[in-house]
Ligand binder design. Structure first.
Ligand code: SF4
Length: 486
């Protein structure tokens, strides 16, 4: 049987699969089907768009145009040819925590259904979309007619089952010409809470993946040439199976790693007795520019309580100080080694105007105490089916406060992000390992490979996909401008 995996990209509270990240879903399914002896091909939604919307022709953008990110992430495969030989198409799709993506646009159900409806093959839908999907924050989940799909299938198996075939999936990277950050799963479910908006507790009971299996998977990708990794699919990296040993072993076995980062961290774990030792190990064994993404969501105790959030404002503050204490030093690539990042969500239950004031008070305290935050993610909640939020108020607060969101967000950007960027990267700082990625008019936008990498605008249209060194010149609200120095 010939299976083709169509990756429309995924973004969840725990786990990113939007390029330059390569998520777990395509890799695991690829491995499973290979192990079963099938022929397996990998396509991206970009490959399909190129065939169906652009007649297979990719043209260079003109001087005044942007790079077309709809067809940026092509594989080595020709979609038309591959699909003409395919028996079953497995569509991986689903965005639960919508973000802004510099060089990719995830496919929506509506888009992909339109693109595949005339293909005479069996169609299976999988990925986070089986729990609902929404590419834009501040909305309810996408409601599409799924009758086109012959099956809606959850491919997830226990970690024990997964380890029997996961390494078979490694060869998927031979189908992708560009570099990818391999997103590694370290646990499932959530040992922390049942946040009102989150699907993670609905999807899985909490279970850790064995440290040995994690190290083996990283090593297998490393041996095939991958150099960028994020131990990012988890609710709390600090609760992983023996995290200090895990990091130590990965560095020992993969000495030429270019990037090793983590993602989600529960501030409550950072303030536990072993939290400082884990923090230190992350600084020692990971690469600079690393971020502990704290799902604080709100500094308003009334919102924390109503939405069953896990982090009291005082805990968040304590954890921010600990990470700063060990991670603030500048690393070899120009960025501080390891800093906290804060997620804030608008539209949660019990949100009022005071909620914003409490968030601002907390941010001002962080600024006044000389602490650093590497990034603040602000989004409007996406309301997903069967969540506590959907069942206890849904859109109520979103609709009530929507008129303030632009103002609230802008105040955080102006009063916190802007001065914070200057603190993190003073003018003149040299940042290395920066990749040129896309054009917008006469500017080239660049990033390091990393977790939530900073966008750097450089004057002129530089050749893309090249590694450069940049000197920091100016600041935008959430990005910087720089000058090429090598
Ligand atoms: S801490 Fe909350 S948001 Fe994070 S995975 Fe657990 S339930 Fe979801």
């Amino acid at each position: 049987m010939h299976y083709t995996i169509l990756d429309c990209y995924t973004d969840e509270a725990s786990g990113l699969g939007v390029p330059p990240y390569l998520g777990t879903y395509p890799r695991y399914i690829y491995g499973q089907l290979k192990k079963e002896g099938h022929r397996v091909s990998y396509l991206t939604i970009d490959d399909l768009r190129l065939w169906k919307r652009y007649n297979g022709k990719k043209r260079e953008p003109k001087e005044h145009e942007k790079t077309n990110i709809l067809i940026y992430n092509l594989t080595n495969n020709d979609a038309e040819q591959i699909l003409s030989q395919t028996d079953t198409l497995i569509v991986i799709l689903g965005v639960h925590v919508p973000g802004k993506y510099l060089t990719a646009l995830p496919g929506t159900l509506r888009e992909v259904i339109h693109l595949i409806e005339d293909l005479p093959l069996k169609k299976i839908l999988t990925g986070p979309a089986i729990f609902g999907t929404q590419l834009e924050g501040g909305k309810s989940y996408e409601k599409s007619d799924l009758s086109l799909f012959n099956e809606i299938k959850n491919y997830e198996v226990s970690f024990d089952e997964l380890e029997k075939y996961v390494l078979e999936g490694v060869s998927i990277i031979k189908e992708i010409p560009d570099k990818r950050v391999i997103e590694i799963e370290t646990s499932r479910g959530c040992n922390i809470g049942k946040c009102s908006f989150c699907t993670e507790p609905l999807k899985n009971k909490f279970v850790n993946r064995a440290k040995e299996a994690i190290v083996k998977e990283v090593k297998a990708y490393y041996d095939l040439g991958a150099r960028y990794f994020r131990l990012g699919k988890q609710a709390d990296f600090y609760s992983s199976d023996r995290p200090i040993e895990m990091l130590k072993e990965i560095r020992l076995l993969c000495p030429d790693l270019a990037m090793l980062h983590i993602d989600n961290v529960n501030p409550n774990s950072v303030i536990k007795p072993d939290g400082e030792a884990i923090t230190k190990a992350i600084v020692d064994y990971c690469t600079p520019g690393n971020i502990a993404a704290f799902g604080v969501e709100s500094f308003d105790p009334a919102v924390v309580k109503a939405n069953l959030l896990n982090t009291a404002p005082a805990v968040a503050m304590k954890a921010i100080k600990i990470i700063n204490k060990y991670g603030a030093e500048r690393g070899t690539n120009g960025l501080p080694q390891y800093l906290p990042g804060i997620n804030i969500i608008f539209g949660l239950l019990n949100e009022t105007k005071e909620t914003h004031q409490k968030n601002m008070d907390a941010f001002h305290q962080i600024m006044n105490e000389g602490l650093m935050l590497r990034r603040i993610n602000i989004r409007q909640v996406a309301i997903l089916p069967d969540t506590y939020l959907e069942q206890h108020g849904g859109m109520k607060y979103l609709l009530k406060n929507k008129k303030y969101y632009w103002k609230w967000r802008n105040q955080i950007r102006q009063e916190v992000d802007y001065p914070m960027l200057q603190r993190i990267l003073p003018a003149g700082t040299i940042i290395s390992d920066v990749w040129t990625e896309m054009y917008d008019g006469k500017t080239t936008f660049c990033r390091q490979m990393g977790t939530y990498p900073l966008v750097i605008g450089v004057k002129g249209r530089l050749p893309l996909k090249q590694k450069i060194k940049v000197k920091v010149t100016k600041y935008m609200l959430r990005s910087i401008t720089g000058e090429v120095v090598g």
